[in-house]
Design a protein around this ligand. Sequence first.
Ligand code: FEO
Length: 400
Amino acid sequence: MAEIKIKKNIYYVGANDAERRIFDQLIPLPDGTTYNSYLILGSQKNVLVDSVDPTKKDILLNNLKNLNISKIDYIIAHHGEQDHSGAIPDVLAAYPMAKVLTNDKCKEELMDMLLIDEDRFFIVNDGQEVSIGDKTLKIIFTPWVHWPETFVTLLVEDKILFTCDFFGSHYAFDAEKWLYVNDKDLIYAPAKRYFAEIMSPFRNVIRKNLEKVSSLDVEVIAPSHGPLYKGDDFNTFIKDCYKEWSSENVKNEVLLAYVSMHGSIEKIAQYFINSLQKRGVTVKAFDLASADIGEIAMVLLDAATAVIGTPTVLTGPHPSAVFASYLVRALRPKTKFLSVIGSYGWGGKTIEFLGNLLSSTGAEIIEPVMIKGYPKKKDIELLDQLADKIANKHKQLGIT
Ligand code: FEO
């Protein structure tokens, strides 16, 4: 890779993974991703900021070689997850004098997951400043963006905030051609998708972290996935996005995630969508046979209500509906109301099963509608009643 300079003595040395299509064997990556790593050359010490996914370790090591780097003093590990830490053992092997600069929590993770020896660590605390000669690293703990150990580093004199997952996006930009976000519309969806998938459950803490970093004097926000943000306009843009996404605000929207085996649920879902729309409620519907769970997670950042649509199979909900319900529960969304529209042939425990699964979300469960077979006139009335209840609940929240 050609030399990519951010500022004097500060370089981008990360790796592009444009072909990657799934993360954690769970999260779709329609735009690929990058593992951003940065090199800071201080007058006394050289610092690598995060590493890359282990599959891309050769790219990182080659980037360092191309810059003729013979000495690294610190490798900052902001986060234990392997997409940033996974190549640290290789960097430690290539640079035997290097220490991993991190906090106690992350040290434990890296010793457990990557088998790094205890004597290779340099432990820092919240608020600590570490001099590397003419530059200063200011350590700021920001837990739960995205694991409990996560922190960020402000390179004080250069006003660069290295944030790892915080403010990241899975977007495989070409760092040799462009580094900084220059089109807010382009990055909005990847950044929102990223927040929805990994940050959303930790909204309370993220609001506090946002306040913590908002008071810093920052020119460049340098995350470890996706492009960087430079200047007040773009920095304010991403911070405002985070403010909105981490808030508890919801919209007059229903997420309808459904699966249909023989057409009954499809018919029920289509009728229900129309019924809600007639009442002024926006519906974002997903057929679980082909849905992208990242898009479902994004809708859960806005929708006041989520409804699961499922047939009964083998006496319970369809496995796809169980997966969607489990996802809803795991993401701990802002969603205020939940319900189920279902069908059955001869019986089963679909409602009981989903009720148990969803009860810990804290959302109010609105009485589900279960329909025997294909929907009939009395079933249509029940669906209208459910749509009425949802529309009224939204009105009571003042969202219309
Ligand atoms: Fe990009 Fe939580 O790792």
